[in-house]
Design a protein around this ligand. Sequence first.
Ligand SMILES: [Zn+2]
Length: 397
Amino acid sequence: MLAQMVASLAWTDRPDASLPVAIEVLRHGPISRADLARRMGMSAGSLSRLTAPLIDQGLLVDIGEHNDGRVGRPTRLLDVTPESRHFVGIKLRETEVVGALTDLRGGVLNQLTLPLSGRRPDDVVGTLVDLIDTVRDGITIAGVGIGLGGRVRKRTHVMSARFLGWTDVPLAALVAERTGFPTRVDNDVIAFTEYERWFGAGRDDDRFAVVTLGIGTGFGLVANGALIVDEDHGLGLVGHWPLDPSGPLCEEGHRGCAASLLNSDSIARRASIAIGEELTFDEVLDAAENGQRAAGQIVREAGRGLGVLIAAISNLTLPQRIIIGGEGVRLAVLAQSEMRRSLSDHRNPLAAILPVIFTDGDNAEWCRGAAALAIQSFVLGSADESKLSGRDRLRIA
Ligand SMILES: [Zn+2]
C-alpha cells in the first residue's frame, strides 16, 4: 500500500536523460530554452526532444513569451508548476518542533511550531505526526524532511543527537510508518546547505560555503556543485575552531573558540555579567545597536572572530560565495564591518573579495532546508544526482 502510494507520487516516469533537464528547470526556472540548452551543453534540437515529453506530461510548462529588453524575438520560457507538489520540512529543536508546508521549490506556504512533550523517540514522533497533520491542513504531500543537530546516516537513521539523548534512532522509518509519507532526515546544517545549493543563493555556484550562527556554529561546504558530506559532519567540528588566542573561555575550556565568541548562549552570558543584568541574546544585540558599550564590544569581538573563521574557510576551500544564516545571523549583520575588516586582514590582498550573503535568520530557513531533503528524494527517485549532473555526459543526448 505504502510502496504503491510512493510510486504513484513520483515526479516523472522518465528517469532517463530528460530528468536532468527537468531538475535544471526546477532549480533555475523560469528559464529560456536558449539558456537551458547552454546550461545543459546541448543543442536546441536535442533539448526539444527531451522537453517535449515533459511538457506533454505537464511536468514542465511553457509560460509564454518574454522579452528581456534586448532587440529581437521575445523568448518563450520553461518552468515547473511549484504548487503542483507539496512537502513538509521540519526543524527538530531541544524543546520544540518547527514545521513548514512548502511547494516544490521549498517556498514556505504555512508554518507552525509545537512544543515537545518529551524527548523519548516515541514522544518526539508523536509531536512530529501532529505537526505534519496540522501544518499540511488536508493538503496531500509528497514527502517529509527533518533536520536536527546530530549525526545522521543515509538520511534515515539518527546515529547520535546529544540534545535529545538519542543514539541510533531510525527516525525516518518511525515517522513514515505513522504518516504514510516518505520521510528523510539529515543534519540540520546539511539540510540548510542543500536548500541553498538547489534553490538558494548558491544555486549558480560550483563552490560555496555556509556558516550558520545560533546556539552553535555550523559549517557546510559545496564543491563541484556537490555537498561535501560525511557522517562526522554532525559532530559540529567547526563549533570549537580557535579564533582569538586572547578571547573568552568556552564551557569546554578553549580560549577564544567559535563557541566562546559566536554562540548565542555565550554572548548572552558574557554580556549579562558585563552589564550586571540578565539579558537574552537578542537583548544584547539591541543594547549594542543602542550604543551600550559592553554589548557593543562583545558584538565587535564576535565580528572579528567570525572574520577569522570566514578567512580560514576561504583560504582553505576557495569558495565563490559565503552564505551566513541561522537564527543568530543578526550578530553577523550587526558586526559586519569588523567581520569584513578581519576577513581582509587574514586574506592575501590579491585574493578575490568574496561575496558574503546574509539570510533572513527566520525559522523558516531551517524548515526550507529540511523540505529540500524531501524534495531531492522525491525528484531524484532512485537516480544518483552525482551521475545526472555531469554536463558532459548529457552531450550524448
Ligand atoms: Zn570551545
